[in-house]
Design a protein around this ligand. Structure first.
Ligand code: FUB
Length: 748
């Protein structure tokens, strides 16, 4: 059974700006772990392990009221944020090892090949100390004795284990000496004999006053590698202990003493290190006697966050009661603060509004929400789905001719689209945009106060946002899944297959419409008014009303009876080809200066439409005649114009009023030139022997070298006044020029 520990005073406070479903979560600035980590039982000898996005903390367990290291079991705890810890109980104890009788002391767990190995020192029933191994399929156990006996028996304690990058695992341990063995890949046996590390003062510091222990090394080693440097962190001197460390360029030395990490502190005369990197931070675990009733035999595990120095050395770390900050929270510098409307300068609603920062939990960071670029995703993102209908009638006409006529339709929903659904509202005297939080001149503030905006200026655009305090004018995008598509088609084909070849003529009359044909990831796809998809529905970018395709292959039957050179030259010929006639694809005439009353200029230039000039129609906006004579003017510039100014008279004297409406053209209302292409193949087969043959093929792609023109490339009406404007001109072709390809195939 597991349960989660809660700290009522400093628990996680997750304030999501639910009104917006924004991806930014507002988290508390001060949530910390509260040392000691575990406050309902005594714990000692921390051994953290990072596995699968969580920290698993393996500890010993000091019995209540102990007057010695009376320890009978080990405990496991875990956390994903270093603040909230889950108690996984006691999955290993002295009872796990039938040959052990006492002293469930300082161990360490490691993961390898799908199993968790927990190395622990115990006192055997015969009275001497040894190191055993528990193994489990889960980081939280239960663990069982991997060997049925000790792994190492040389009266030493405190194993620490590390698997190097080359796969070699090292088990260090010892008090008063420091030993290591090279573990085999099975992690429960080792190669060679236990090796003693020379405890030199250069390697482990100098201790005075104890001739038997000339270096600072005492016990509790914690061995690991970071950025190519090997670290041996250990409990130093006795007693009371402090935590010191040494480093080495290799896994077995030579070691260089680096100094103190945690000075002698707390009311426990022992200490024990455990060091990890987790979620971009480094953490130092230790124990002290900080709980009520705590002391040298009733200890508690705690943790501090720290940063390595640039050269890899470890700074001095002191014990705190605050503990580590919550991992995975945002730096408050980057957490937006909701802005609250305070009226307009002098009550002039055509100007930029005044805002103040919200207070309390609505305002955890200093970044004004009106200045952020917000991104919104649906909380429930439904995957796209497509329905398809197909009703086809097939009729044999005799002489191997087959006629097929069918209706095929599809409908897709929940397609990706991107838009600014908070775009500024359209305000008018009859339908004002009402802002709450203050009256217009700011003399009265509070939730009940409102201000009505009746103009659509550049100045008041942010105030007209559909969510107050969030910049819907040019700083917001919704990644939505509410786009759709429809396709209807009449598909016919007439085909014949016979010994000498096949022929098929297929004609499709179709219409494809959608809200967007490009579910891109960064730019707005919605057309004109982005508060809905209503203006976005139009012909699909790939729609072709007519498509007629003829394909064939015919083995010429002539001179079948010839022999000799005549047979070689005149027989074995075949023809093949594909000919396509099809409508061009749709395109839009845009106005990058349109809609500036609602969407910031330049924010979404490719999805704002231009307008038809007065008296013009869609038909007159496209020139007529031979396409070759129209490439310099596919569109009629006189029939197309920019979207209208909302306040043309005031705009003459005040730029704040030069906002524009959306244009009156829809999406994809124009269509590019139709296309045709003829591919043709000439095949000559040579029969060499019964089993060997040659085939020589000449393929002509676009055999008539017909030019297929692309759509006009630049269709932004703002470019019409430019001298030599490329507006509405065709400057590209599609398909290939004539290509001739020869190929030879030898079959045997
Ligand atoms: O917890 C019992 C012993 O005390 C450990 O094995 C040593 O590291 C020291 O912390």
């Amino acid at each position: 059974m597991t349960f989660t520990l809660h700290r009522s005073s400093k628990r996680v406070l997750a304030l999501v700006l639910s009104l917006l479903c924004m991806t930014t979560a507002f988290l508390p600035v001060k949530a910390r772990a509260d040392n000691p980590i575990v406050q309902h039982v005594y714990t000692a000898d921390p051994a953290p392990l990072v596995y699968n996005g969580r920290v698993y903390l393996y500890t010993g367990h000091d019995e209540d009221n102990s007057t010695y290291f009376t320890m009978r079991d080990w405990r496991v705890w875990s956390s994903s944020d270093m603040v909230n810890w889950t108690d996984h109980g006691s999955p290993m104890s002295l009872a796990t090892f039938s040959w052990a009788g006492a002293d469930a002391w300082a161990g360490q767990a490691v993961y390898r090949n799908g199993k968790f190995y927990w190395y622990v020192p115990v006192r055997m029933t015969n009275g001497s100390q040894a190191i055993g191994v528990g193994v489990s399929d889960s980081p939280t156990g239960p663990f069982h004795d991997a060997l049925g006996g000790p792994l190492i028996q040389n009266s030493e304690i405190d194993p620490t284990v590390y698997i190097d990058d080359d796969g070699q695992a090292y088990l260090y341990y010892g008090n008063p000496n420091l030993w290591y063995v090279r573990l085999n890949a099975d992690m429960i046996s080792y190669s060679g004999s236990p090796t003693q590390i020379p405890l030199t003062t250069a390697g482990f510091g100098t201790r005075t006053g104890d001739a038997n222990r000339p270096t600072l090394y005492e016990e509790g080693p914690w061995f690991y590698k970071r950025n190519g440097l090997y670290y041996m962190v250990f409990a130093a001197k006795c007693c009371s202990e402090f935590i010191a460390y040494s480093t080495s360029p290799g896994p077995t030395g030579p070691w260089t003493y680096r100094g103190t990490i945690m000075p002698t502190q707390g009311s426990s005369f022992t200490n024990h290190p455990g060091v990890i990197d987790f979620n971009g931070g480094s953490y130092f675990f230790y124990h002290n006697g900080a709980l009520p009733g705590g002391g040298g035999f009733t200890r508690s595990v705690a943790v501090e966050k720290f940063s390595y120095n640039a050269d890899g050395t470890i700074p001095t770390i002191n014990m705190t009661t605050a503990g580590a900050p919550q991992a995975g929270t945002l730096d408050p510098t980057f957490v937006p603060c909701l802005q609250v409307f305070q009226g307009f300068p002098n009550g002039d609603t055509t100007q930029a509004a005044n805002y103040v920062s919200a207070s309390g939990s609505a305002c955890p960071g200093p970044l004004p929400s009106t200045l952020i670029f917000g991104l919104q995703v649906p909380r429930h993102f439904v995957v796209p789905s497509t329905q398809q209908w197909n009703l086809t009638v097939q009729r044999a006409l005799g002489k191997q001719w087959v006629l097929e006529v069918g209706y095929i339709g599809t409908h897709a929903v929940h397609l990706r689209e991107t838009r600014d659904n908070l775009q500024s509202q359209r305000a008018s005297v009859s339908s004002p945009a009402v802002v709450s939080g203050a009256n217009c001149d700011g003399s009265s503030v509070g939730p009940a106060a409102t201000c009505s905006i009746t103009t659509n200026t550049f100045g008041n655009a942010v105030a007209r946002s559909r969510v107050q305090g969030i910049n819907g004018y040019a700083g917001f995008q919704l990644f939505a899944n509410d786009a759709y598509s429809h396709y209807h088609s009449l598909q016919t084909s007439l085909s014949r297959r016979w010994n000498a070849g096949y022929f098929q003529a297929a004609y499709t009359f179709s219409k494809s419409t959608d809200a967007t044909s490009s579910g891109n990831t960064a730019f707005n796809t919605a057309f004109n008014d982005e508060s809905t998809l209503d203006a976005s529905r139009g012909l699909s970018d790939f729609d072709r009303t007519h498509r007629f395709v003829v394909s064939y292959r015919y083995d010429l039957p002539f001179y079948k009876g010839e022999t000799g050179w005549k047979a070689a030259v005149l027989t074995g010929w075949a023809l093949s080809g594909i000919t396509i006639f099809q409508s061009g694809t749709p395109f839009s005439v845009t106005d990058s200066g349109a809609g500036s009353a609602f969407l910031g200029l330049g924010f979404t230039p490719g999805t704002l439409s231009g307008s038809l000039a007065s008296g013009s129609t869609l038909a007159t906006a496209v020139t007529k005649g031979d396409i070759h004579n129209r490439i310099d003017g596919y569109l009629n510039v006189n029939a197309l114009t920019t979207a209208p100014l909302l306040y043309p008279a005031q705009c003459l004297t005040d730029g704040n009023f030069c906002t524009t409406d959306f244009g009156n053209l829809g999406r994809n209302v124009f269509r590019g030139p139709y296309q045709q292409n003829w591919d043709f193949g000439l095949i000559k087969n040579f029969k060499l022997t019964e089993r060997q043959s040659l085939r020589f093929t000449t393929d002509f792609f676009n055999i008539w070298n017909h030019t297929n023109f692309g759509n006009p490339t630049l269709n932004d009406v703002e470019s019409i006044p430019l001298s030599k404007s490329p507006f509405g001109k065709i400057i590209s072709t599609v398909g290939t020029p004539r290509l001739i390809q020869f190929s030879l195939r030898y079959a045997f």
